[in-house]
Design a protein around this ligand. Structure first.
Ligand code: P6P
Length: 335
């Protein structure tokens, strides 16, 4: 197969999907990719330089900020400001969103709004487990002008124009969609390019793996226990295998390729679950649906949820359509 770079792929699909494209999205994606290459380089060196361990600071989520979290966040913010295509940024590591104003700038700011988890799974950094960057991209309404308002930021996932993730594992990969299916690209470090390696990704309709932190079983409600038991202790067939990395991007990437279901339910100590709607659940739900899968909070489709605040959390059941439908049926019956 000829080597197709992510830029070539984007330009070729853009011609068909948005001929009037101004190149601003290409500029945004280019700077996102450069950010990921820089983050990947530092992640791969983490054991060799004094960048392991925490900064001693606590982020808005109440979690210990790892030095690489902070580094990834600052690289992404710098590049998103510099690319000119972005007018606002939301990040797991920022209590408030960042609004980039056009005032005093030679060029008006572009129309794109990006949310990201700069380094998800950071608790795994020190033990050399795969981690990732998750991003979600919206576009301002054509008629919008002036600085972005808070209200323009709180949009349901259905309105995303693009979403994806970088996974820093044995290889560094980019998996993303602009609404025309999902494609995967693997970084070839010898030439510094992301090359098309997983064209037109589809989640199998059902899978043989479920992914959940079963240690929380005592804290789940009855419908969640029944949902998990559907895969762990099925009455009518072999049980699924349990695989849980504890790094969302790694667990989701496996689900995209092998099928099955990832579950992070609500529980008594986390009534809205742990994962964040805007920069974890919504972008992954966008990818899952583009790849033929489903994503729900148990009752509602993730992509239809309108956030009330940037760091809102949500329960998440995501993966193969038939497996997620089983969970939804249990929640419907027991609610
Ligand atoms: P738990 C990592 O901290 C993270 O945000 C996700 O990457 C991961 O899926 C989840 O938390 C793991 O949470 O409660 O099982 O440790």
């Amino acid at each position: 197969m000829p080597e197709i770079t992510v830029t070539e792929h984007l330009l070729s699909t853009q011609k068909s999907s948005s001929p009037h494209a101004t190149g601003q999205f290409t500029a945004l994606l280019h700077d996102l990719i450069v950010s990921a290459k820089i983050i990947s380089r530092n992640v791969k060196q983490a054991g060799l330089v004094d960048i392991l361990g925490g900064t001693g600071r606590i982020n808005v989520q109440g979690e210990n900020v790892q030095k690489l979290d902070e580094f990834a966040n600052s690289v992404l913010i710098y590049r998103m400001r510099a690319c000119g295509a972005v007018c606002a940024v939301g990040s797991e590591e920022l209590a408030e969103s960042l609004i980039f104003s056009s005032r005093g700038e030679e060029q008006p700011r572009g129309p794109y709004i990006i949310f990201f988890d700069p380094l998800d799974g950071s608790s795994n950094i020190d033990v050399n487990v795969s981690i990732g960057t998750i991003f979600s991209i919206y576009r301002r309404a054509e008629e919008s002008c002036g600085d972005v308002s808070e209200q323009e930021l709180l949009r349901p996932g259905l309105e995303q124009v693009a979403a994806g993730y970088f996974v820093y594992g044995p290889s560094t990969m980019l998996v993303y969609s602009t609404g025309q299916g999902v494609n995967g690209f693997t970084l070839d470090p010898s030439i510094g390019e992301f090359l098309l390696s997983h064209p037109n990704m589809h989640i199998p309709e059902t899978g043989a793996i479920y992914s959940v932190n079963s240690a929380y079983y005592p804290h789940w409600d009855e419908r969640t226990r029944e949902a998990v038991d559907t895969f762990a202790r099925p009455a009518d067939r072999e049980p699924h295998s349990l695989r849980y990395v504890g790094s969302l991007v790694a667990d989701f990437h496996r689900t995209m390729l092998y099928g099955g279901i990832f579950l992070y339910p609500a529980e008594e100590r986390k009534p809205k679950g742990k994962l964040r709607l805007m920069y974890e659940a919504s972008p992954l739900a966008f990818l899952a649906e583009q790849a033929g899968g489903l994503a729900t909070d148990g009752a509602d489709r993730i992509l239809e949820k309108r956030p009330q605040e940037i760091h809102e959390r949500t329960p998440l059941f995501i993966g193969s359509a038939r497996d997620v439908e089983k969970v939804m049926a249990i929640y419907r019956r027991r609610s």
